[in-house]
Write a protein that binds this ligand. Sequence first.
Ligand code: NDP
Ligand code: MG
Length: 388
Amino acid sequence: MSDDTKTISILGVTGSIGSSTSKVILSAPEQFNVQNVTAHSNVDELAKKAIALRAKRAIISDEQYYNDLKTALSGTNIEVAAGKNSLIEFAEEPVDVTMAAVVGIAGLEPVMAAMKGSSAIAVANKEPLVSAGELVLDTAKKSGVKILPVDSEHNAIFQVLDEKRRNLIKRIILTASGGPFREYTLEQMVDITPQQAVKHPNWSMGAKISVDSATMMNKALEIIEAYYLFDMPANQIDVIIHPQSIIHSMVEYIDGSVLSQMGASDMCTPIAYALGWPNRIKTPGDTLDFQTISKLEFYEPDFERFRSLKLAYACLEKGQWACAAFNAANEVAVAAFLDGRIGFLDILRINEDTLEQTEKTELNDLNSVIEFDKLARDRAERYIHSLI
Ligand code: NDP
Ligand code: MG
């Protein structure tokens, strides 16, 4: 093992980000020593990844799968654990970097636990940053934990933002592909099915974020994510549609210089940047081929067809509680849409209704966030019942 070997735990190793993270690690195995890998219920994939990555321990958060995981890993020396409490307990173990790649608010408690033992946390899992950005960033600061943004837009900004000269930044510009329904009219959107919504034109991702990209809630969540990650006022965060997804975001400085990061639509690059930070490591993923790029287009987003973007700024004006209510409602709405219980455009309605019906609440610790998240979810579920 070389001197710069990093110990790493991967929360959500079986997902899309977890798989790209595994690919990055397996392409430079001498640079990483894998401690814990986790999943919720996908035993076979968890066992496969734990073996391939030579992990010390595999943890399945749904405890009913404990015996299945034990069987799948019998004959190996990989330790096995199960249950949400185990996930949180082992997330606290000291490592150089934790990759936070669980989907949804379910990742909040593991991320907060990782603050206790990790030197750095690579955060792909945007929902905890939306619901509890103040708490997460504040705890990281107090504990001396480095937060490394993985979401491609935020990773791009992280690469080009001059942290020491923040007063020279005019604004940050998040790029958005516009998703698969960029050119649909509102009438055409009515009949969009879950099968259509999970097919993104440029990126291959998990189901929830694919639907979020289709509604552009993903960009709304990312505006809030940027606000907390970079401590940037809402009026200095802009969005531009860039269908090719080659420029992953930009920072404009007061002298008119615009710095951007470019790359293929492959999460291996931002993941490699986060895992290698402050150095760079080779990516096993796609790289840009300039010969095949015929054009780079940019459009103003349509805030009427994609009201989700307006919602993000409205939430930021109200405060952390509104961002948390929005995230909770959106998770409930996306799950209901994927289950075929509601239509595509209902997702926005559920988010807007929940935001109207929840009241300002101080969210200054983990318990208050968890309780408020539950309250907003109940509210969103009630609205769904009123629709069906
Ligand atoms: P996936 O749905 O592909 O994977 C989610 C992972 O989380 C799986 O390992 C899953 O385990 C685990 N998980 C699900 N529910 C729970 C739970 N209740 N408790 C513990 N673990 C759970 O998601 P993605 O990889 O697409 O996304 C992960 C996060 O990264 C999201 O927040 C997303 O917004 C963000 N992100 C993703 C990008 C992408 O390209 N995919 C790009 C930028 C950000 P199991 O397989 O067992 O269900
Ligand atoms: Mg993104």
